[in-house]
Design a protein. Sequence first.
Length: 95
Amino acid sequence: MFGAEYSRMKFWLINIPVFLFGAFAIGVTKTVSVEANAIISLIILVVLIHILANRIRGFGSNPWLALLAIIPVVGLFQAFYYGCKKSVNSSKDAT
């Protein structure tokens, strides 16, 4: 889990279902209570940052850059940049 390196395909195959499940869970907990919504939102944010850090590590860069995803729009741009660009060692992206 920690220290993993994700290829582009693995990044998208994990990231998209987590995002969709998170959107559903946030929508459901919004009707329950504000506290439950905040907790679920925080959990989903941490999981998405962890997935992004693994992709950045697989790309060959410093995974601490994933913490910039806390800034609202920056995380979206990071996900698309690292999710679409081939890594320096392209043999990782082939698997």
